[in-house]
Ligand binder design. Structure first.
Ligand SMILES: Cc1cc2nc3c(=O)[nH]c(=O)nc-3n(C[C@H](O)[C@H](O)[C@H](O)COP(=O)(O)O)c2cc1C
Length: 145
């Protein structure tokens, strides 16, 4: 069974909510999913051993939330090359964070990325359910789950 790790940062819970829905989509597609907050990851070795990864952060002041930046430096030391990658996040109007995370996973970690990052406006979280579900399924399909 394909194993996927979802790691997220959040201030008010919206990005966590999106991560949970992506996890549901992945599980429906037959993957085994672990969901963790960035604050629960203390060592890069905790990131090893999965087939796919989705990292998520909200956008504040045109940027990803600080904790995710620190996490991305830690993830640089993990064995992620060639693994399937995806990025997501809640946003209000500009939503830069998922794009930046996606580019880091692609260009620095050399991961096999899905078609693009996934952003959901907090105001449309309900309507975005299907999008997040489908994103989970896309990750699973890319892994071959
Ligand atoms: C002080 C502040 C600054 C924000 N800056 C941005 C921004 O630059 N771009 C954007 O798209 N959303 C911005 N937002 C909206 C958040 O990204 C949005 O509320 C998001 O749902 C928060 O996600 P979270 O619940 O995971 O923390 C901002 C919100 C606050 C409170």
């Amino acid at each position: 069974m394909a194993k996927v790790l979802i790691v997220f940062a959040t201030r008010t819970g919206s990005t966590e909510e999106i991560g949970n829905i992506i996890a549901e989509g992945l599980r429906i597609a037959g993957a085994e999913v672990t969901t963790r907050k960035i604050t629960e990851i203390n060592n890069e070795s905790e990131l090893n051993g999965y087939d796919g990864y989705a990292f998520g952060a909200p956008t504040y002041h045109g940027d990803m939330i600080q904790g995710m930046k620190t996490f991305l430096f830690l993830a640089e030391k993990a064995e992620l090359e060639g693994k399937v990658g995806a990025a997501f996040g809640a946003f209000g109007w500009s939503g830069e964070a998922p794009d930046r995370i996606f580019d880091t996973m692609k260009n620095i970690y050399k991961m096999e990325m899905v078609s693009g990052p996934m952003r959901l406006k907090s105001a449309s979280l309900g309507g975005g359910l299907q999008m997040a579900h489908d994103y989970g399924k896309e990750i699973a399909a890319k892994i071959g789950a």
